[in-house]
Design a protein around this ligand. Structure first.
Ligand SMILES: NC(=O)C1=CN([C@@H]2O[C@H](COP(=O)(O)OP(=O)(O)OC[C@H]3O[C@@H](n4cnc5c(N)ncnc54)[C@H](O)[C@@H]3O)[C@@H](O)[C@H]2O)C=CC1
Ligand SMILES: O=C(O)C(=O)COP(=O)(O)O
Length: 438
């Protein structure tokens, strides 16, 4: 069956696929239309894997634009105005201003783990569901970190750089096996815990620090204080999300607390480590080396220049935010997030959204499905249900889920009544957005 999304209005306030509560007066004056799949626009940025396009095409969506890099802010704001579904990776910043310019946006997919680049609160206020891929690239990051730990303990980056310049640094000085060394993991989540298992398989000892008490895998053990971890680790590796608490978590004091000759690896977010004190510690050989994959400011595209005080230091592995950039991870992420967007578009399922109440919905054969997103204030559900009872509309199923800010009510009704019901739902106090699927 061809899925169509019925619209509440053609006014600029309402996307074709949905309507926003704040424009309901215009709604009352304009005619309703419905939207073919071919008119639902997907914009994919930052070189999202073609597997995503395959999933979207397989589901009947054909209006898909895929671009290799992130867009400058002004260009993004202009381009997003007629986009219904957006795909990004870690570089695109989705600010409140971007959401304000995205009047038709129904959902955004982060084709990565981190969602720190998205103002999730603003997304919620605009009724935009946000999805991500929480696991698909975790193995890729863990493998890269282990490889870097081995190379740095052997001084390979420096020896290689010298050889490229015609030198010959054959020496065992400051070259060590990884076996028996202590790996200190900051953030024992999906990546940290996976790395812990791999590191132990290589004969490492593992300690970790996390704000949450975590079940240690293997023989790993949790330490209560960050500085305690720093003082005992030969290699410190960071796997925390970008939050206020993790911003500049590793600064001069933390680097000073590390063992002399230790190694620092950061494949989490660029705001976790203060680069200037790190560069100083590396130049002074207080640290043996570092591997840095993420930076406070990263180039928008592969054509832009990378600038960092760490450039030119031979004992540092610099990588262009490629922790999760493997063919396997990207292909899986493309599938995973595109499928989440399709499900949300096709039947309203919001399972695993990072900012929305989660509702897993069955199919709705023969019925029209009304989706209503509203501010979570008292009385909205009773007002919605009064509309159905006052108008003699039989509800065949209803689903409700709320979080502290918004509520998401899904109601399946007979097709004959969906025009009327959508029009009335859009006028309910507190409505952010509503649409109907059939
Ligand atoms: N370089 C790259 O390409 C990639 C980078 N990442 C980054 O790695 C981060 C971690 O990924 P996952 O392990 O999947 O996340 P996760 O959410 O599974 O684990 C994060 C862990 O950090 C802990 N944590 C949070 N705040 C903390 C704090 N202030 N102090 C100590 N621990 C804290 C959490 O309790 C959790 O156990 C992502 O948020 C993302 O920013 C993820 C994938 C690829
Ligand atoms: O998954 C993440 O959080 C990452 O940092 C990977 O980001 P990317 O998709 O490579 O821009």
């Amino acid at each position: 069956m061809l899925r169509r999304s019925m619209l509440a209005s053609t006014s600029p306030f309402f996307g074709l696929a949905c309507c926003r509560g704040r424009g309901f007066r215009e709604y009352a004056m304009s005619s309703k239309t419905s939207l073919e799949k071919s008119r639902i626009k997907f914009l994919l940025l930052e070189g999202i894997h073609p597997s995503a396009v395959e999933v979207l095409r397989g589901a009947g969506y054909t209006n898909i634009e895929s671009l290799p890099g992130a867009l400058p802010d002004a260009e993004l704001k202009a381009k997003i105005a007629d986009v219904h579904f957006l795909g990004i990776r870690s570089r695109t910043q989705l600010t409140a201003e971007v959401f304000a310019a995205a009047q038709k946006l129904v959902a955004a997919g982060c084709f990565c783990i981190g969602t720190n680049q998205v103002d999730l609160e603003a997304a919620r206020e605009h009724g935009v569901a946000v999805f991500n891929a929480p696991y698909s690239n975790t193995r890729s990051v863990a493998e890269l970190v282990l490889a870097e730990a081995i190379l740095l303990l052997r001084g390979v980056p420096e020896k290689s750089a010298v050889a490229h310049r015609g030198g010959w640094l054959k020496s065992a000085e400051n070259a060590f096996e990884i076996r028996g060394k202590t790996l200190g993991i900051v953030g024992y989540g999906s990546i940290g815990a996976q790395l812990s298992v791999l590191a132990e398989a290589l004969g490492m000892k593992v300690a970790f620090y996390d704000v949450v008490t975590k079940l240690p895998l293997g023989n790993a053990h949790q330490v209560r204080e960050l500085h305690q971890l720093l003082a005992q680790s030969d290699i410190v590796t960071l796997h925390v999300p970008e939050t206020q608490a993790t911003q500049w978590m590793i600064g001069a004091a933390e680097i000073a607390a590390m063992k002399p000759g230790a190694i620092l690896i950061n494949a989490s977010r660029g705001t976790v480590v203060e680069i200037e004190p790190l560069a100083a510690a590396l130049k002074q050989k207080k640290l043996l080396g570092a591997a840095i994959d993420v930076f406070p400011v990263e180039p928008r595209t592969n054509k832009d220049e990378f600038q960092s005080p760490l450039r030119g230091l031979d004992n540092v592995i610099l990588t262009p935010h490629i922790g999760g950039s493997t063919m396997e991870a990207q292909a899986n992420i493309g599938l995973e997030v595109a499928e989440k967007l399709v499900k949300y578009s096709d039947n309203g399922t919001s399972t695993s959204s990072v900012n929305f109440p989660e509702v897993a919905l069955p199919a709705h054969p023969g019925k029209h499905r009304l989706l209503h997103i509203h501010r979570n204030v008292p009385g909205v559900l009773s007002e919605i249900n009064r509309i159905f009872s006052d108008n003699n509309i039989n509800i065949s199923s209803q689903f409700l889920q709320t979080n502290e800010k918004i509520g998401y009510v899904v109601t399946d009704i007979d097709a004959a009544y969906s025009d009327l019901a959508l029009e009335k739902l859009a006028k309910v106090n507190g409505t952010i957005r509503s649409r109907v699927l059939f």
